[in-house]
Design a protein around this ligand. Structure first.
Ligand SMILES: *Cc1c(COP(=O)(O)O)cnc(C)c1O
Length: 231
């Protein structure tokens, strides 16, 4: 059943690529597996997915030990500075950098492990009170500040667009993210190589792909609805 969901998402991504003249290979599907047990992740893994997204440090740590080591774990949720050290050697990318202080801590921990951590700057594109992310007007400045940290690589931008009934309503926001990426690229900053736009979720990933997303984060569309009640 999960395999059918996955096949459906795959076919939608392919359609969006075809429609916008993009290469399917330029879009990475991240299966957002938060709240889902390791057995379900394994099903999707067996169907060929290697990129998984989680939003809680504890969940990454638990699943990391239970699942194959060739999984690429993406930290996509709000990250507290005191927890960076728990995931620094487990994740392939941190999508949720929205303050200099968080970037600074990631840099310290990455240095300890002698690695360079790929990060994305999270932008709160619609300025929603309820969401994390830096305001669009401050994103370039934050990139400039972070670019001085040698154990980070700024690889792009991430956004969680508003929850909408009609995904067309988010098209403008995806276009704006693309424009901010262009603006940052033009600055030719150190430690910066903008090639990732992490945008698009179950409700709007096709529109996001049409507007240039290189990573889409799909949870419900693959795993079904989440239940947050503790069993
Ligand atoms: C949960 C989550 C997703 C996936 O959301 P769905 O609507 O279930 O696809 C994507 N990105 C982030 C940051 C999330 O927290």
């Amino acid at each position: 059943m999960l395999k059918d969901n996955l096949a459906n998402v795959e076919s939608n991504i392919q359609k969006a690529c075809t429609k916008s003249g993009r290469d399917r290979a330029d879009v990475t599907l991240i299966a957002v597996s938060k709240t889902k047990p390791a057995e379900l992740l394994k099903e999707i893994y067996d169907a060929g997915v290697r990129d998984f997204g989680e939003n809680k440090v504890q969940e990454i740590c638990e699943k990391y030990d239970k699942l194959p080591s060739d999984i690429r774990w993406h930290m996509i949720g709000h990250l507290q500075r005191n927890k960076v050290k728990q995931i620094i050697d487990k994740v392939c990318m941190i999508h949720s950098v929205d303050t200099y202080r968080l970037a600074e801590e990631i840099n310290v921990q990455a240095k300890k492990h002698n690695i360079i951590m790929p990060v994305l700057i999270e932008i709160n594109i619609a300025g929603e009170q309820s969401k994390f992310g830096i305001g669009r007007e401050d994103a370039v400045l934050l990139a400039e500040e972070i670019s001085h940290l040698d154990n980070l690589r700024i690889n792009g931008l991430m956004t969680v667009a508003p929850y909408v009934e009609d995904p067309e309503e988010n098209r403008q926001y995806f276009q704006e993210i693309m424009q901010i990426a262009v603006d940052i690229r033009q600055k030719k900053l150190d430690n910066t190589d903008i090639r990732v736009l992490s945008m698009g979720m179950t409700g709007d990933y096709m529109v996001a792909v049409e507007e240039g997303a290189t990573m889409v984060r799909v949870g419900t569309g693959i795993f079904g609805e989440r239940s947050y009640a503790r069993k």
